[in-house]
Design a protein around this ligand. Structure first.
Ligand SMILES: *Cc1c(COP(=O)(O)O)cnc(C)c1O
Length: 396
């Protein structure tokens, strides 16, 4: 594996030089005013990225999985019912985590390749006249399949049935890369991690917490200690932390938000869409198909690409690493061996994406797949050339 090549995995993502430097930070006393002055702007920045003014931002030293755990343990009690769709490895893992905490998960089995079905959420919610469902879980961007779900439609399903359940959204591979609106969508806990759209090293579980979720904290009986939001929010109120904080990452988080805001969040989303469209044009030129089957639900941060039946897609990832020092993502769970993934989120430009597309072509040609080298590159080039004038400036 080369550290000169960009990575094309959907997290951890490429780290801009400026953020690598920002993570290189000396030890400071985290009980000092200097730390308070670092934490509060970082939290304020996260709130802006989440597009929440009503909610609080909270950071735990963990990966995104820790934020899943924080969301459910702080708001629910063992035996509580939650409603979730299983349509990829990440939604599946969140369901498993809920079950380990003794929650009663009502699972909507959906196709791996389709979004979370808002109509079936609506049906389940309206069938729940007694309001036994306490929370609805949505994986905004299924990183395993490259499928984006419509969070606003699931919000509507809650509103139209007058259902009071909390709405938790895993935005780990969408927040800071794809349009996300915590307040407008009525999201009660929004979840992400530092190593995806924020372009940092792994180590921060980042949550947005609505007033309704905060209100649910006192009644919640799931055991929690390290991830106790009450301790965290009490300490944060005066700029402190309940234990030793990851100072270097929090320092760099403010720089990350500054980079995103210098580009403009809407421009960041537009850049991801344009890059993804180029990748999708390449996939089409290769004669291959995306795992994402519903038009309009294709992810702008990761493309999961189906390989021909009988071919083990994992070989693409292994060969790319061994021969060219390039990282692509393997298929996970039900689609293991059936797809390989090109991650195109975070610090990514059209020119970087072209390198990834070209590398994928070399690999597929080496492995005897009927892909003409240059075909995907040409298709992506055509898209990038046609849209370059209108494109916003890339991230500095
Ligand atoms: C990366 C990711 C996670 C969390 O993974 P961690 O490895 O714990 O950071 C969760 N959900 C989705 C959709 C992801 O892409």
């Amino acid at each position: 594996m080369s550290t000169q090549n960009p990575v094309f995995i959907p997290g951890p993502t490429n780290i801009p030089e400026e953020l690598r430097r920002a993570m290189d930070y000396p030890s400071i006393d985290h009980r000092s005013a200097a730390f308070h002055a670092m934490l509060l702007p970082a939290l304020a920045g996260v709130r802006r990225v989440l597009r929440t003014t009503a909610g609080e931002a909270v950071i735990f030293p963990a990966s995104g999985t820790g934020a899943w755990e924080a969301a459910v343990t702080n708001t629910l009690s063992p035996g509580d019912r939650v409603l979730a769709a299983r349509h990829g490895m990440f939604s599946q893992r969140w369901i498993e985590l809920c079950r380990r905490h003794g929650l009663d998960v009502e699972v909507i089995e959906a196709d791996w390749g389709l979004p979370a079905p808002a109509d079936r959420f609506a049906a389940a919610l309206s069938a729940d006249a007694g309001h036994a469902i306490r929370a609805v879980l949505v994986t905004h961007n299924e990183t395993a399949t490259g499928v984006r779900s419509d969070v606003a439609a699931i919000r509507r399903a809650l509103d139209e049935t007058g259902h009071p359940a909390l709405l938790f959204v895993d935005g780990v591979s969408s927040i800071a890369s794809m349009d996300f609106r915590m307040d407008e969508w009525g999201v009660d806990v929004a979840i992400t991690g530092s190593q995806k759209g924020f372009m940092l090293a792994t180590g921060l579980a980042i949550c947005g917490v609505s007033p309704k979720a905060v209100a649910a904290m006192e009644k919640a009986r799931c055991p929690r200690a390290f991830f106790d939001l009450r301790d965290m929010m009490r300490a944060n109120a005066t700029g402190g932390f309940p234990y030793t904080p990851p100072v270097n990452l929090i320092h760099a988080l403010t720089r990350s938000v500054a980079l995103l805001e210098a580009e403009g969040l809407d421009n960041v989303f537009a850049r991801h869409r344009r890059i993804a469209q180029g990748v999708r044009a390449a996939v089409q030129a290769w004669g291959l198909a995306l795992c994402a089957r519903a038009p309009g639900s294709e992810s702008d941060t990761v493309s999961a690409i189906l390989t021909p039946p009988g071919f083990d897609a994992t070989r693409i990832v292994t060969h790319a690493a061994a021969r060219y020092g390039v990282a692509f993502g393997v298929g996970l769970g039900q689609v293991a061996g059936k797809v390989f993934r090109i991650g195109h989120l975070g610090s990514m430009t059209d020119v970087m994406a072209l390198a990834g597309i070209a590398a994928a072509e070399m690999v597929m040609a080496d492995l005897g797949l009927p892909v003409t080298p240059g075909s995907g590159v040409a298709a992506a080039q055509a898209h990038y050339r046609a849209t370059a004038a209108a494109a916003p400036a890339p991230a500095p």
